[in-house]
Design a protein around this ligand. Sequence first.
Ligand SMILES: Cc1cc2nc3c(=O)[nH]c(=O)nc-3n(C[C@H](O)[C@H](O)[C@H](O)COP(=O)(O)OP(=O)(O)OC[C@H]3O[C@@H](n4cnc5c(N)ncnc54)[C@H](O)[C@@H]3O)c2cc1C
Length: 381
Amino acid sequence: MISFELSPAQQEIREKYRDFTKRWIVPNRLKYDELAEFPWEVVKAAYSEGIMNGPMPKKFGGNGYNIFEGALASEELGAGCIGIGIGIDANTLALTPLLLAANEEQQNRFFGQIIDERGVAAYCLTEPNAGSDVQGIRSTAIKHGDKYILNGHKRFITNGEVASFMTVFAQTDPEKGSRSLTAFVVPANSPGVDVKPRLQKMGQKASVQNEIIFKDVEVPEGNRLGMEGHGFLIAMKTFDRTRTGVAALSVGCARAAFEIAKDWTQNRIQFGKPIAANQAVAFMLADMATELEAARLLTWYAAWAYDNGKRNLSKLSAMSKLYASDVAMKVTTDAVQAMGGDGYSREFHVEKMMRDAKLCQIYEGTNQIQRVVISKGIMKE
Ligand SMILES: Cc1cc2nc3c(=O)[nH]c(=O)nc-3n(C[C@H](O)[C@H](O)[C@H](O)COP(=O)(O)OP(=O)(O)OC[C@H]3O[C@@H](n4cnc5c(N)ncnc54)[C@H](O)[C@@H]3O)c2cc1C
């Protein structure tokens, strides 16, 4: 028997994040959209209220959430502001390689540091010549005695300028190329780490991105995650876990835009009746509501499949990210349209949601790349 009812514990997670979003994210979202700064006050409050580090094990100070519980949390954060939500979730992205590949000593050390500092981490995969093509990474980490010397250039790194440490992917053997990709934890204050000024961008302005140059950075062997050459697998397995989070943020954003548009169109009178009484608008709302439900169900299914060890997880997490972010883009765009000039104004927040939604179709692999992953998954079956 299939049940779509949330358990009391799952409802509690949803309520906890919904309440936090209402008190901390909604009142601050326009401010950070204008400031385009990292929302430290919200992140500190998130630490105080047990909102940060959802999937980290409880023994290290996290909430021990599985992927489904994480998706419930991310939908609520996304309903407030994806920009603030991704500042929180990008921390999870950066810590996931540690969950997957760090030994106990490394987990104690690095999770302990993040919790003690109430800080955030950054995930450094993308380079100027390696975006969609992760195997094009050219950063190198060459072994000298008991340390590696890291050189390279990363870009678009979320939380770059505020990170305590970074999870960095580099080749350990240029002759083997991408087959030698390896993951490392690099403290942000290591000599030779140069974080460039933040990226100016369209939406999700409450999250910050930077280029980072690594010049002869000494990384102790004890900071290598897993074996040399396991980096590509770690990066892909990380995305299997986190793409459902991007899907859930997208669902939250679409839900918030839909609710605003639904209320507005029922109250705005033109030609002597509410705007929503026109079938053209009512059908728009019907499509928005239907696509929103479908996006949430696919996200929940992908998360459930992960938690229950089902096969072909890359395909499902890619499907959820692809579909939910496309729905978020369409629903937020329709919300702006349905609300006319008010939709386009800053006052009702849907124009911000539309700008924010766009990025979910791009990061953690563009939606074209999700289709590559899905089609490979289909062929494998
Ligand atoms: C705001 C922001 C935050 C980000 N945060 C992080 C982060 O924290 N850490 C990190 O490592 N990276 C991060 N990224 C990088 C992000 O994951 C990449 O931008 C993304 O994967 C696309 O790479 P690219 O920008 O180099 O585009 P390109 O790879 O140059 O792609 C350009 C276009 O070509 C298309 N394309 C490329 N290859 C194919 C193909 N085989 N088939 C069909 N179409 C294709 C793409 O879909 C896209 O439309 C972030 C990016 C942004 C903008």
